[in-house]
Design a protein around this ligand. Structure first.
Ligand code: AMP
Length: 431
């Protein structure tokens, strides 16, 4: 046999047996964000490399090490590592700011980062994200965090923890950067090699380094909340007041910086526990990026957004989705019956009943085995005898019962039977 080809490391197939859970998750997310007035935007998965270099920023792990970048006909391109930059590009390119004062947009789809694969960390993964343009907050910041917590509650994810920080605006960020470098410079030798480099390029990143050497050094670092200016402090206090009023619990971590450069002011991360979620417990993260629209060529526009990782949400929700039953199987016995089976299949589908016609022939026993494999609630058997009598044999597989139904009554009878079995139907049950 020829040697088979495997998928790229860190990139997963989602087989049909798993997709039902994805659909349920995606539809819950859609429900929740639409209730909050967000509208979907779909942007390309490939963008000019410069978009990420200018937004996510040089000196970040994403831009320095993780991007799938290539040159195509002299054009440097990157397969998107995150969603916000592309949405901002589209917002500016289509002058959406000129059409509405505030835009609430959401997106969903695959993202690509060349990280070391582990449980909950992949090279192709999926994010759902929301962005609000044109609203400076802090009310909308609180509403967004509360929406996210509400979403996780609806998904029955336990032990959700909201961690909050403020990076301040440009002034605060610059002042803090100086203070941090002053603090770290004398301790430089104790830092990891990566962080020695970051000290020049992106010192804030040292704060969320996973390296124990760095963690020991930054344990006593000055807090950004000590140097934050008055406006930024008032914004942060406002956010906290709104969250307190909503009863949304949070903790403050002045060392939370997260891996992207474009953040200003509000920064948050939502962590979970339980299910099969292991060490990769960050379910969603986001923050304000009040300068990014302008930096990417649009008018000065305050903005805030977050992205949630769908694989991690699924790992955190252990519960099985309600199992939908499979399609009805039409089992023709013999050639004459096959033609009739095709017509019957079409009629059932026209009535909205998912139906598969067994086309491989074979014995009744093997066809019923297939019906069981498909999870069919009903098998419809047609042979010469049935054709002559103008009936079809209806096998109710769940109830282990069977009876002959006149051909003219069949579609109505099958539809009624399935409707009664559906969740919420006359015989419906929760399971
Ligand atoms: P970020 O875009 O880095 O702020 O990440 C937002 C969320 O996306 C995280 O909280 C994770 O849930 C998810 N995420 C980020 N990177 C990965 C990855 N490599 N694999 C799986 N999920 C990820």
């Amino acid at each position: 046999m020829t040697r088979a080809i495997s998928a790229v490391k860190g990139m997963n197939d989602l087989l049909p047996s798993e997709v039902a859970r994805w659909h349920a998750l995606e539809s819950t997310i859609r429900d929740v964000v639409q209730l909050h007035g967000y509208r979907e935007i779909r942007v390309p998965v490939i963008e000019p490399t410069s978009l990420y270099v200018r937004s996510v920023g040089e000196g970040t792990d994403i831009v320095d090490k993780e991007m799938y970048s290539f040159v195509f006909h002299d054009e440097p391109l990157t397969v998107r590592p995150e969603g916000t930059a592309g949405v901002v590009r589209a917002y500016v390119e289509h002058a959406i700011h000129a059409k509405e004062p505030v835009s609430r947009l959401y997106y969903e789809g695959p993202m690509f980062r060349g990280e070391r694969p582990a449980r909950g960390r992949y090279r192709q993964f999926h994010q759902a994200g929301c962005e609000v343009f044109g609203d400076p907050g802090p009310l909308v910041d609180a509403e967004m965090i509360d929406m996210l917590v509400g979403l996780l509650r609806r998904l029955k994810i336990q032990n959700v923890e909201v961690v909050l920080n403020s990076l301040g605006g440009k002034g605060t960020k610059a002042r803090y950067r100086e203070r941090l470098v002053e603090f770290l410079e004398p301790k430089k030798d104790a830092l990891s090699e990566d962080s020695k480099r970051r000290l020049q390029t992106n010192p804030l990143r040292i704060l969320d380094s996973k390296d124990p050497k760095d963690q020991a050094v930054v344990a006593d670092a000055p807090s950004i909340l000590d140097v934050i200016d008055d406006d930024d402090r008032a914004h942060f206090d406002g956010l906290r007041r709104h969250l307190d009023r909503l009863g949304t619990p949070y903790s403050i971590d002045p060392r939370l910086v997260r891996g992207l450069d474009y953040y200003t002011r509000t920064l948050f991360e939502v962590r979970g526990q339980g299910g099969e979620l292991g060490a990769q417990n960050a379910l969603a993260g986001g923050g304000r990026y009040d300068s990014l629209v302008e930096e990417l060529g649009g008018p000065a526009t305050p903005a805030i957004g977050f992205a949630a990782g769908l694989e991690r949400l699924l790992l955190a929700t252990a519960a099985e989705p309600p199992r939908a039953h499979g399609p009805v199987l039409v089992a023709p016995l013999g050639e004459r019956a096959q033609a009739e089976a095709l017509v019957l299949g079409r009629e059932l589908r026209e009535a909205g009943v998912p139906t598969i016609v067994e086309g491989r022939g074979g014995s009744l026993k093997s066809m019923l085995r297939r019906a069981n494999g498909l999870g069919s609630p009903v098998a419809l058997v047609v042979g010469d005898g049935e054709l002559d009598r103008g009936v079809v044999q209806l096998k109710d597989l769940a109830a282990h019962a069977q009876n002959d139904v006149p051909r003219s009554e069949l579609v109505r009878e099958v539809s009624a039977l399935l409707a009664a079995r559906a969740p919420g139907g006359a015989e419906g049950s929760a399971g």
